[in-house]
Design a protein around this ligand. Sequence first.
Ligand code: ADP
Ligand code: MG
Length: 245
Amino acid sequence: RLRIDEELKELQAKVDSWVPPAEITVFNELPLSARTLKGLKSSHFLNPTPIQQLAIPPALRGQDLLGSAKTGSGKTLAFLIPMLERLYLDKWGPMDGLGAVVISPTRELAVQTFNQLRDIGKYHNFSAGLVIGGKPLKEEQERLGRMNILIATPGRLLQHLDSTVGFESSGVKVLVLDEADRLLDLGFLPALRAIIGHFSSGTQLSNTKPNRQTLLFSATQTKDLASLAKLSLYQPEYINCNKAG
Ligand code: ADP
Ligand code: MG
């Protein structure tokens, strides 16, 4: 316990005072917990991709992000790593309930993200679950209360937010909207509006910094994406790896 407290204090100080080098070539150069670094190493991830190099540092500082990079560029780790670090630095534990939610457009993508999380997060003690339908709602409901991290499709998540008694969404520290262009293509904007409304309910004033960090990732940028960003992000950093040159 004491050792972990000291490690966390040290890590937080490192994150706070960290000045990113001009180029980050290995994950070890980022101010990450020993647990996450071990998870990355055991999954054979050594060198961050460009979107990971650019997105992880501001995300670790707690900033909202809009990250664009083409399919296959490694956007998943660009949000999973800062998400794990946020919960770890906040000493998130089994009793703290839901701390992070990732919204994916399809079941298949949700499962892929879940598997990557299990790989790189295996040295952490968080509980993680999938909310993608295909199983009786009641079965999912019973597991929800015990989860720290959920990977969800929008329709099913909204169903729970609307109907599952005791599903606490106001404490969520990190919300990820992944593959946002596909979320919009599939017509999920109204569901996302409703979901963001649930996560934002409470005493939040519209132009004060929310307690929640929101990370939005997309392969492409569209006009709809800008309106989703406006709806969900607070003073975001824009990271675009699709720019020519
Ligand atoms: P995107 O969401 O941008 O389409 P993914 O996050 O699904 O991309 O990653 C694409 C592939 O690249 C996956 O197989 C993933 O395991 C691999 N990958 C991601 N980051 C790295 C990395 N830093 N080093 C090596 N492979 C990586
Ligand atoms: Mg992806």
